[in-house]
Design a protein around this ligand. Structure first.
Ligand code: SF4
Length: 289
């Protein structure tokens, strides 16, 4: 089959840094080393980290996750944690290693500054995802989560000074839409769109490529926000079907019935060797007529 390799795709700088830090700490540190939640949202990367001596404490709620650790070292993942989680780790006597992506840290710094200046912040993000949990923890009671339009009506903002910001890995277009909706309610709100460049570039490339293919395959894990958003933007903005697969075995040849050209991209936490295998498989595939 004719395969369009969509670029950019795969690892972003935040994931590369987090993996480098965790591998180094896992190999060089005496005593138990834990990652507090998935280091990055990819099952293959998590398995690989465990081979390097980093145990997984699978907890989307980071505070609760800390209770499962007795001693040793804890690695905060690329998604970042709240100051309260850092404080609790310190109080427990754990050695903390911070693998938070620099783009997430920038959002934390932004929220710290805004809250310090008396703003309340409307934060667009996914409920239950660790990144919003960490970001909102930078302004307890002052940062309000909005996941969908219905959340805007029930917002209770008490300050005259309002700012809007967001999770780094959302859909560019859905977030623009939600920002506009929040601004209908708070026309004076300051907007700080924090979708990271890696997310933005991968989405724009996938939507552009959708014009030239019949179908797009996104290689990534179901827990990866940016991978799931790639599927969404291809379908909603690019107007083509898309499938998310974590492994080669999940490919259903029936998807390719009548397909002449397929595009392949991958989430920011997907190892490139995995995507390469998928591309090679598809190049050899004879689609059903
Ligand atoms: Fe950082 Fe963006 Fe990569 Fe997340 S997707 S780790 S915010 S660069």
């Amino acid at each position: 089959m004719d395969v369009l390799k969509i670029t950019p795709r795969g690892y972003c700088h935040g994931v590369v840094d987090a993996i480098r830090i965790a591998k180094h700490v896992g190999e060089e540190t005496q005593g138990p080393v834990h990652m507090l939640g998935l280091l990055v949202h990819n099952t293959h990367v998590t398995d690989e980290m465990q081979e390097h001596g980093v145990k997984l404490v699978d907890a989307e709620d980071r505070m609760a996750g800390l209770d499962k650790i007795r001693d040793g070292t804890v690695i905060f993942t690329a998604h970042g944690v709240s100051p309260a989680v850092k404080e609790k780790a310190r109080a427990m006597g754990l050695t903390a290693v911070d693998a938070t992506c620099s783009d997430v840290i920038r959002t934390h710094d932004l929220i710290d500054r805004l809250v310090g200046e008396g703003y309340e912040v409307v934060y667009i993000g996914l409920r239950g995802h660790p990144e919003p949990e960490g970001a909102i923890g930078h302004g307890p009671g002052k940062v309000h989560l909005v996941q969908e339009a219905a959340d805007i009506e029930s917002l209770e903002v008490h300050s005259e000074k309002v700012a809007i910001t967001c999770q780094t890995t959302l859909s560019v277009w859905d977030t623009d839409d939600l920002i506009e909706r929040v601004r209908l309610r708070y026309p004076h709100a300051e907007v700080h769109n924090e979708i990271c460049r890696a997310t933005q570039e991968r989405q724009e490339a996938a939507v552009e490529a959708a014009k030239e293919v019949d179908l797009v395959i996104v290689v990534g894990s179901t827990r990866s926000s940016n991978s799931k958003r790639l599927v969404e933007v291809v379908e909603k903005k690019g107007g083509k079907p898309a499938h998310l697969i974590d492994t080669l075995e999940e490919i259903d040849p029936e998807w390719f019935r009548g397909v002449k050209r397929v595009g392949v991209t991958s989430g920011a936490s997907t190892p490139s060797q995995l995507t390469r295998k998928v591309i090679e498989f598809l190049q050899e595939l004879e689609p059903p007529a």
